[in-house]
Design a protein around this ligand. Sequence first.
Ligand code: 9MR
Length: 361
Amino acid sequence: MNRTTCAALWCLSICFALAASSPPLLSPPTSLRGTAQGSGILVGAAVRPAQLSEPAYAATLAREFDMLEPEDALKWETLRPDPQTFDFSQADAIVDFATRHNMKVRGHTLVWHRQNPAWLTNGSFTPEQLANLLETHIKTVIGHYRGKIFAWDVVNEAFDEGVRTGQLRSTIWSDQPGIGDAGMGAAYIAQCFRWARQADPYALLFYNEAEAEEVGRKSDAVYAMVRELKKQGVPIDGVGLQMHIGDQVPDIASISANIARFTALGVQVHITEMDVSLPVDGAGNATGDDLRKQADIYRRIADACLDHSGCSAIQTWGFTDKYSWIGSHSKHTRGAALPFDGNYQPKPAYDALRQALARGR
Ligand code: 9MR
């Protein structure tokens, strides 16, 4: 579809939508999601439920993105206040928003060593009890969203912190005491993917990792694990590369080579949590020069993804500098990490992202 036809269709959809008081069927061609149409790539953002009632937040999210992911609402800490309860209220609100605005939903995350409730981490469970708890959790949560969540980060950050490590972490799920596969490497991870597939045969199942974007010891270890899981017939469909970028300038050639080797294994790659944090002043502002460098990083990462047909989504971790984990995490010395500023105005990073999407594959 050319730009003129696309714009005409969009105007038509607005007229119908206004007449029917429902949201537009198509997004503006100039939005990120409108620009990405036809490239076979989804453009997503992580979302906090409390903000959905803020008109500018909701309008920007719906206009610009065709995928979203609950930032914290699907973690154990939120879903499982006590062993008997599944509290889906926050995540349901996000999924409803996505449905109303024709957006896909990524689920994050079923197995992680952080943001687990105290009753779980302080409990003294046997491996068998833990295995039962985890199987029930995975199957209940995926089952609740069957047909609504198209892709899941089944397991998140199972490897030790740091790009130069390549060891699986010691966690409640692996060997403290673990679900029964302690000392057997990634066997517990394989088990989680199998449970996930049983719960929804159609959802895409991802392994999501931090600090594994470039080729290096940690990404080598993730690559070896995914290759082995595929060889064993474990149902894994994708790898999430988080892409939290700080003061290190990313090596784009290395990121591109990494995406190439993962997709060559027959799994998709999603960029799952991109942000590019900058030094900020007391008012949270970055310099113009840094904002331009940031834009360049956004453009080049988007290009690296678009260069590989198996790289099928780019998602930012939030979308407005008004709400981002970076501030509290850095004692507010860093921030301004996202494509929209705190007043929902597009930054140079937004334009760069849109230009990359317009170029397409
Ligand atoms: O953005 C999330 C923040 O609200 C939470 O407080 C934090 C707790 O660890 O987790 C943040 O999200 C993380 C994500 O779930 C996994 N990858 C790293 C993200 C940033 O810490």
